[in-house]
Design a protein around this ligand. Sequence first.
Ligand code: ADP
Ligand code: ZN
Length: 528
Amino acid sequence: FPEDSANPASEAAQVLHRVFGYDTFRGEQQEIIDTVVAGGDALVLMPTGGGKSLCYQIPALVRSGVGVVISPLIALMQDQVDALTALGVRAGFLNSTQDYEQRREVEQAFLSGELDLLYLAPERLRVEATTRLLDQGKISLFAIDEAHCVSQWGHDFRPDYLMLSELHERWPDVPRIALTATATEATHREIATRLNLTEAKHFVASFDRPNIQYRIVSKDSPQRQLLDLLRTEHAGDAGIVYCLSRNSVEKTATFLTQNGIEAVPYHAGLDSRIRAKNQSRFLREDGLVVVATIAFGMGIDKPDVRFVAHLDLPKSVEGYYQETGRAGRDGLPSTAWLAYGLQDVVQQRKMIDTSEGDAAHRRRLGTHLDAMLALCETVQCRRTQLLAYFGQSGEVCGNCDTCMTPPESWDGTIPAQKLLSTVYRLQHERNQKFGAGQVIDILLGKTTEKVKQFRHEDLTVFGIGTELKDTEWRGVIRQLLAQRLLTVEGDYGTLLLTDDSTEVLSRRREVMMRREPERVGRSSRSSS
Ligand code: ADP
Ligand code: ZN
């Protein structure tokens, strides 16, 4: 890049100090800022709380013209602009929530060079009037926030992001900086390709969040388990509880409130005023719990979120990482807690099977789910597994459930064979498919109505699995699913063999399993 005679580094440092009140740059902020100030493109992968905003805000203040920030977070634009205005930065936004007058005012400010930063929802760029407007002003840079939204492979695809590839064609001299807090190596590459960032410098920070303690427990009565966690470890703390459905969001919020924990719901089905109110209460009050669907949280900058709890299995490791990443932005110890059970897998498979989109799309969702399952069932350090998913290596952490209470692993080859051969016999001798419940009843030799109805007592496998309890068999099924030795499909969560199942059935493959520690995490804490 051309050397800037004004010495960008020191000017950037001055802005850091004068406008934002900070003494030093964090991590790679300085190198990133220097790159953009000098007119180069940058692709920034940095975890939540790493300080991405300054990476485009400071160059926008140092370079002449207006920094245009593309962001999907319409609900937060007002807050972002207010925060900048409070620092004396001239900022505005254009999105669909504004009326004609409000838009005109911002457009005028942009044209007369009275703005430092302009936040833009991506769909605005579809409107010809917006691109014409941008043509008439002076743009210092384009910042593409939440850049993973351009990835069809990722978990948060937004079609409008695909248009951002045209920014470079239309404004070839304007530097671009793309930022995201979540990207596997595949997503990382896809961002670079789709945004035409061929010349960009890549900055990849460590994705480790050492202050977050990762814990994944097996679900039995999730609300009680959650209450237990909040009472024993997070009394009076602010936190986020994620649920899959709006219904369970409502129920869980009510349950917590009834049990003396102040909690508010947040989901897309709520009236927008109530949503906004609950969000701002969460941001401003101390110790409030938000129970939410994943509609909540992107871009939420609350430093003291002490825990993120998932009552349902996230759809992907990327989603899990991003959601848990909202805990502990202030660097203080925080908990990422997930309760998951076999029913989660059944439910998610069903959602995948019935989802819109082609077979390739469904396969992709299936791959995401498998990776999430593998994380849940690992006997190794959760953190190293998580980092490995993002292509990074790390030391065994000592601050996750598997490190603190190493799960025993046991040779589960025989139970695996028993279970798989039950599924095999149902499928091949009877041409039937059943879910986990029936398969386990058969293994345990239970003469239920349904067993009698289908004459399952006549199967040679009937009653061959009494050495394990019902819950243990569920654990076996979960682990077989996680190891892709079994799969589940359809409304009833019927179990099916996979190509790899035969290796176990024919005794060519051993299956190591994880034994669930009784109380993951908590026991080791209270004893320390
Ligand atoms: P991200 O967008 O990566 O999640 P933010 O840009 O919101 O992170 O920054 C997270 C927090 O860290 C913010 O409160 C921000 O003001 C603060 N921060 C960022 N850079 C610095 C710095 N160099 N020194 C001190 N605090 C910083
Ligand atoms: Zn660990």
